[in-house]
Design a binder for this molecule. Sequence first.
Ligand SMILES: [Zn+2]
Length: 260
Amino acid sequence: MGSNACVFCGATSNRVKITNEHLFPDWVNTVLTPQVIGPSVSNTRTWTGKNEAPQSKTWPVNAASTTTVRIVCEPCNNGWMSNLEGSMKPILEEPILGRGRARFTAQQQLDLAAWACMKTMVFEYFWPDDGLVFTPDDRVIVRTHGRPPATARVDIAAVESQGQPLQAFRVAYSSPGTGPDAAQADDLSLCMTMAIGCFVVQVRGGPGAGEHGFTGYGQVRADSVSIFPPALPHANWPPANPLNDQTLRTFAHPRTPIGS
Ligand SMILES: [Zn+2]
């Protein structure tokens, strides 16, 4: 899986080096060490295409996070993406390990939401052939503004999983009113859920980089907390009800339509 141009800034391989980006971040391996997760590790990814039953694949791995895709240029990888990753490890290390309680400021929530969107956009190049949901304009917003596209909603949750330190779920939706035959890639919305250790983050959204239209502050629910739009003044983690392996799968297939 590779690209001849950086998917975030458009720079082409005759001008810049196109480099590998980890799906799950490399620094996760320094948090979810073999001592923490034990010798037998597997990763799972689940995807749901339009009008399809969910498909799932699980594979054993030697380290928690090893998979990369070659889609971003060296300046992006070593610049804004590296900065975003660097700001995540200090605030996510304890939640990933399921230790204590975290309190994310509004700025931390925005950074975390931007990071989750960046990862979602990288994951888009790894999944099978649903087509891309986020557009080049959406990726520009994350790169230049350090925030999600306006249509995105980002929630955090907690999971007590049995032996699967990294899980990723992708659900693609056809937008209402387009009909099954009219569903093209640009009609799709996306729900991407990542579980890293005990920490869960979910990005929902579709194309639409435009202006912000927050309809309110972030909501606190029993099993999740909104961080984009942000919860004010803080987002407290974990939520009252942590997920387990079964309820995580339900959570990854939200019943409420995108945009509501
Ligand atoms: Zn780039």
